[in-house]
Design a protein around this ligand. Structure first.
Ligand code: SAM
Length: 243
């Protein structure tokens, strides 16, 4: 990534005001000027996506919906499994990122993959229920993420899987078996990310655990580009829709 592209992305992440009256307008205002360099910059920031996807049991002939799939980068992580799937949807509300996803799908010749400009809370595929629904760093950007999780549960077939990877902070008094974050971590990261309309929450994990049977769950730290010595917490969750 060139220095100019890097500075442009940094400016968009930190200083440029995000404008718009609707959620979709605000997403486009945020992403429009950084879409071209999105993948290169985010691979240093959005950790654990490939690991989460590699853990999912994509069934032959199945359907996968990637909610808030952005540029379609996740498709590359599991490109070897795509031909065996009947249908894949990449759903996103930001039109600038969707254009990149459409170019990628056309270039790669993935005839069973359809990028759709739609809201993760309301999108429903005409084919019926899905086998896998994923959210990689998108739940923290969806204001009504409760509704997004509830909707994913409705979209899944019984026995289907949800995969989530995202930033988070622990509750003040974390549940048994979950990491306890310090006051600084619980306070600093939500303020830092809120500038970009990203909302790390203490409630994602408890809500996912309540709605799904936990298949696997792990908590991690990621180094932050340009903030030497700073690490931000993220989690990976794979859940099963109970029959
Ligand atoms: C941090 S990006 C992650 C993109 C992609 N999943 C990845 O891992 O590279 C979050 C994405 O969520 C999308 N998003 C936010 N709210 C959404 C909503 N209500 N419906 C669909 N997509 C949404 C944004 O446009 C953005 O592409």
């Amino acid at each position: 990534m060139s220095l100019l592209a890097e500075l442009k992305t940094l400016y968009n992440l930190t200083l440029k005001p995000i404008r718009g009256r609707s959620h979709a307008e605000r997403l486009d205002s945020f992403y429009r000027n950084q879409a071209a360099h999105y993948d290169e910059f985010r691979k240093r920031l959005l950790r654990g996506r490939e690991e989460m996807l590699r853990e999912l049991p994509f069934p032959d002939g199945g359907m996968w919906i990637d909610m808030g799939g952005g540029t379609g980068q996740n498709l590359e992580f599991v490109a070897d499994r795509l031909p065996r799937l009947r249908k894949v949807y990449v759903v996103d509300l930001a039109s600038s990122l969707m254009e990149i996803a459409r170019d990628r799908v056309a270039r790669r010749g993935w005839g069973n993959v359809e990028p759709v400009l739609a809201d993760a809370i309301t999108f429903s595929p005409p084919e019926g229920q899905a086998d896998i629904v994923t959210f990689s760093y998108s739940l923290t950007m969806i204001p009504d993420w409760f509704a997004a999780i509830d909707h994913a549960l409705e979209l899944l077939v019984p026995g289907g899987h949800i995969g989530v990877v995202d930033f988070y902070v622990s509750r003040k008094h974390a549940e048994a078996g979950h990491r306890q974050h310090t006051w600084f971590t619980r306070t600093f990261w939500p303020i830092w990310f809120n500038v970009d309309n990203v909302y790390p929450s203490p409630d994602h994990i408890p809500y996912l655990e309540r709605r799904f049977e936990t298949v696997s769950f792990s908590e991690h730290w990621a180094r932050m580009p340009y903030l030497p010595g700073f690490q931000t917490p993220y989690y990976r969750f794979i859940g099963l829709k109970r029959a």
